[in-house]
Design a protein around this ligand. Structure first.
Ligand SMILES: CC(C)(COP(=O)(O)OP(=O)(O)OC[C@H]1O[C@@H](n2cnc3c(N)ncnc32)[C@H](O)[C@@H]1OP(=O)(O)O)[C@@H](O)C(=O)NCCC(=O)NCCS
Length: 220
């Protein structure tokens, strides 16, 4: 599902549900130590998404490596690799690429259902809410408020590894094309990659099997 909205330079693996240890889902000792005190649900998502990441790395010819949460939850990927992971109830996905091709990746998945009351007003700008009205006219099966939330999470996951800074929900203005693309205009100075400042991130989205999924792959 997620592979369909990422460029060919990116390897992506997703699963609906969890992988059991029988299916080869083993963690490195340092990864096990990182979740030793976590509840079962957290252990399951942490483990499964890392197996997805290992499979994706294998597709790129990369050796398995521990994927440990670092500052602000951002994962330290091996040298020369960028990646992103997401998990929600019933779905886990990971995407990886070589830094020669992609500067930063952000993927996110959410259940295709409405946001809790009051959340949309906090995470969106007036112009984004107006855009959602048009989106829902053309794609009534998609919960636009949830899609917007997911895309903003993907923006943050793309932004943070490049900047190491917070980005508030109101510091990027998103617009969706009903055909499955979106743009995120940064309202703060964008990150500089290879001498070029990125003021806008371009992404893609899809919906199906009860989920909305968003992805950004910033070219190197
Ligand atoms: C960090 C955040 C984006 C994670 O999103 P989420 O929907 O809660 O969770 P997901 O399951 O989709 O993703 C979790 C994964 O994201 C990755 N992640 C966590 N923090 C991250 C960060 N700072 N940078 C990049 N990736 C990060 C991790 O791989 C994590 O999985 P893991 O803990 O098993 O390693 C979210 O919790 C958050 O802090 N949001 C506020 C900031 C924001 O979104 N601003 C909007 C800007 S427009």
């Amino acid at each position: 599902m997620i592979g369909a909205i990422l460029p060919p330079d990116v390897a992506a693996v997703s699963v609906f549900g969890d992988l059991s240890p029988r299916e080869g889902c083993e963690l490195f000792p340092a990864e096990t130590a990182a979740i030793v005190r976590a509840v079962a649900r957290r252990r399951a998502e942490f483990t499964t998404v890392r197996l997805c990441a290992r499979r994706a790395m294998e597709q790129l010819g990369l050796a398995p490596a521990p994927l440990l949460p670092g500052k602000r939850g951002a994962v330290s990927w091996p040298e020369g690799v960028v990646g992103s992971m997401t998990h929600c109830a019933g779905f886990r996905a990971a995407a990886v690429a070589r830094t020669g091709a992609i500067a930063s990746l952000g993927i996110d998945a959410e259940p295709n259902g409405p946001l809790p009351d009051g959340v949309l007003e906090v995470v969106s700008l007036p112009r984004e809410r107006a855009g959602l009205t048009e989106l829902s006219r053309q794609r009534p099966e998609v919960h636009g408020d949830r899609l917007l939330f997911s895309a903003k999470e993907a923006v943050f996951k793309t932004w943070y590894p490049l900047t190491g800074r917070e980005l508030d929900f109101t510091e990027a203005e998103l617009a969706f094309d009903p055909a499955g693309t979106f743009s995120a205009r940064l309202l703060v100075p964008g990150p500089e990659v290879a001498g070029r400042r990125h003021g806008t991130f371009s992404g893609r989205w899809t919906a199906g099997r009860g989920f909305v999924v968003t992805a950004i792959a910033l070219p190197a």
